[in-house]
Design a protein around this ligand. Structure first.
Ligand SMILES: NC(=O)c1ccc[n+]([C@@H]2O[C@H](COP(=O)([O-])OP(=O)(O)OC[C@H]3O[C@@H](n4cnc5c(N)ncnc54)[C@H](OP(=O)(O)O)[C@@H]3O)[C@@H](O)[C@H]2O)c1
Length: 243
């Protein structure tokens, strides 16, 4: 088995996921670049390697059981274990998404990727994570999933447009994360949720105000927590996000 820390980042071909791969690679880690499109994955791996990152491509569509199983087999063959899983892949589902007008198909698509996709990938990778001395799971969520912030007074709202699919998908993801924390409380796996802030990426038509590298910082922090670090918490750069 490799002495080097092995990480898998889903949706690592662009945006925040790509920058998470850059940041983890800069630590000397081997980074699996999870991406569903062959060309986009190959281009990202090539670019990462050109920056000195020991990157390898992991074909991965988080909505597809066979793809996720194959990804777990590939990591087992390459590394024999997984130290860090960053569940970053997500879709916004297209806006507007007012609850009074939303197409139920949009909600299904967003939940399939942003929630069930994370469950599918996590469960497939869990046997490999259990072989790690210091396993970490980082779920990339969003403060738009914070019920506290969504229900605050207008002045306190920090959180995006009215969205009946994307925002609740992140609330659902947060809730599911806590169920993992409970079930795995007798293990050494640290499982946390991160919000990258409002980042200029494809997800929001590049309207965000932070760079993808800035957005990646919270995931890198949670991926590199010490063994006595927190678990079951929701963080942004400024600190804890209320559920
Ligand atoms: N940008 C923000 O302001 C913001 C704010 C809060 C939270 N976040 C969260 O941060 C994370 C990264 O978002 P981003 O802004 O970097 O978005 P992005 O640039 O749109 O990247 C999303 C990534 O997810 C991948 N993906 C989507 N569906 C997939 C699937 N079924 N299987 C595998 N990969 C899939 C995309 O791959 P393709 O290239 O193949 O589509 C892409 O690599 C997401 O969890 C997002 O919800 C972002």
């Amino acid at each position: 088995m490799s002495e080097r820390t092995i990480a898998l980042v889903t949706g690592a071909n662009k945006g925040i996921g790509y920058e998470i791969a850059v940041g983890l690679g800069a630590l000397g880690w081997r980074v699996g670049v999870g991406a569903r499109d062959d060309e986009r994955r190959a281009a990202a791996v090539e670019k990462l390697r050109a920056c000195g990152v020991e990157a390898f491509g992991v074909p991965l569509d988080v909505t597809d059981d066979a793809s996720v199983s194959a990804a777990a087999r590939l990591i087992e063959e390459r590394a024999g274990r997984l130290d860090v899983l960053v569940n970053n892949a997500a879709v916004a589902g297209g806006m507007p998404q007012e609850p009074t007008k939303v197409d139920p198909a949009t909600i299904r698509t967003v939940v399939e990727t942003n929630v069930i996709g994370v469950i599918r990938v996590t469960n497939a990778m869990l046997p490999l994570l259990r072989r790690s001395a210091s396993p970490r799971i980082v779920n990339m969520s969003s403060s738009v999933g914070s019920l506290t912030r969504q229900s605050g007074t207008a002045a306190e709202l920090t959180t995006g447009p009215v969205a009946a699919a994307y925002s609740p998908s992140k609330t659902f993801l947060n809730a599911v994360t806590l169920q993992y924390v409970r079930e795995l409380s007798d293990t050494n796996i640290l499982i946390n949720v991160g919000c990258p802030g409002y980042v200029a990426t494809d997800l929001n038509g590049f309207r965000g105000v932070r760079s993808p590298a800035q957005g990646a910082e919270i995931a890198i922090k949670l991926a590199t927590l010490p063994d006595d670090g927190p678990t079951g918490k929701f963080f942004e750069d400024a600190g804890v996000v209320p559920w």
